[in-house]
Design a protein around this ligand. Structure first.
Ligand code: BTN
Length: 261
């Protein structure tokens, strides 16, 4: 198939030292995150990548399903960060995607808090970070990234009208191979930067399209609207409510409905 992935070609063209030291490839798989968690529990080397041409049971945030047909990109990366660095992985992942998309297609994307990547206000990428933590120790973390690459979104009514794809925005197909290689390079650069105490928080904050916008928050039984005022260093969102109070929202806890106008 045109623009399909080849694990050998990924490995041969990847100039990284951590991310992608081991690449596990599947033509079709349930969920790369699920397999990554199994591999991590078996002690897979840090930077192991699980990549698939298609997922049959892709998982999204908040227990949603993630559509991953052929033509999309789905992969997961196994990391063993400290507890201190764990909240920053969503920043590493979303910034890496925004940078990778720009480098490969020239398209300018934005990050919708906490970690959706949007093109022209529509979702092109979803990110699911999962981890197992025991006390102060992180057993493992998995960054799962799904990108609508060469998809005609109108073929998938379940994700219309909120989704788009790279090919749709670009008006032509994109190399899955070139894209995954660039993304792995960007993940490595940002992750090593984070470990080296460089801050990626400011860059992530500046890439957010959510700040200054009205948001509608559904958190458990509470429902309210407010203005997304800022983000804290741990990635949580600060929402100014109409009564003047400030609510701190932790990624993963809530559904936010962003006003588009
Ligand atoms: C979301 O937007 O809700 C997150 C979607 C995350 C999808 C990716 S695709 C690769 C990895 N494997 C999964 O099952 N999910 C993530």
């Amino acid at each position: 198939m045109k623009h399909s992935l080849s694990p050998e070609a990924i490995a041969q063209n990847l100039a990284t030292r951590l991310i992608g030291q081991r690449i596990i490839y599947y033509p079709s798989v349930t969920s790369t995150n699920e397999l990554a968690k199994v591999e991590a529990r078996r002690g897979a080397v840090e930077g192991t990548v699980i990549v698939a041409e298609e997922q049959t049971a892709g998982k999204g945030r908040l227990k949603r399903a993630w559509l991953s047909p052929r033509g999309s990109l789905a992969f997961s990366v196994i990391l063993y960060p400290s507890l201190e660095h764990l909240p920053s992985l969503i920043m590493v992942a979303s910034l890496a995607v925004a940078h990778g998309i720009k480098a490969v297609t020239g398209l300018e994307s934005g990050v919708k808090w906490p970690n959706d990547v949007l093109l022209n206000g529509k979702k092109v990428c979803g990110i699911l970070v999962e981890s197992e933590v025991r006390g102060e120790a992180v057993d493992y973390a998995v960054i799962g990234i799904g990108i609508n690459v060469n998809l005609r979104v109108s073929d998938f009514p379940e994700i219309l009208p909120a989704a788009t794809s790279l090919s749709q925005e670009l008006g032509g197909e994109v190399s899955l191979l070139g894209l995954v290689i660039r993304l792995l390079v960007e993940i490595e650069r940002l992750y090593l930067d984070l470990l080296g105490e460089g801050s990626i928080y400011e860059a992530w904050r500046d890439s957010l399209v959510t700040l200054g916008r009205e948001v509608y928050v559904v958190s458990g039984k509470a429902k309210y609207s407010g203005i997304a005022e800022s983000v804290a260093r741990d990635g949580s969102l600060l929402v100014r409510r109409s009564d003047g109070s400030l609510s701190q929202i932790v990624a993963g806890d809530v559904t936010l409905h962003h006003q588009t106008k």
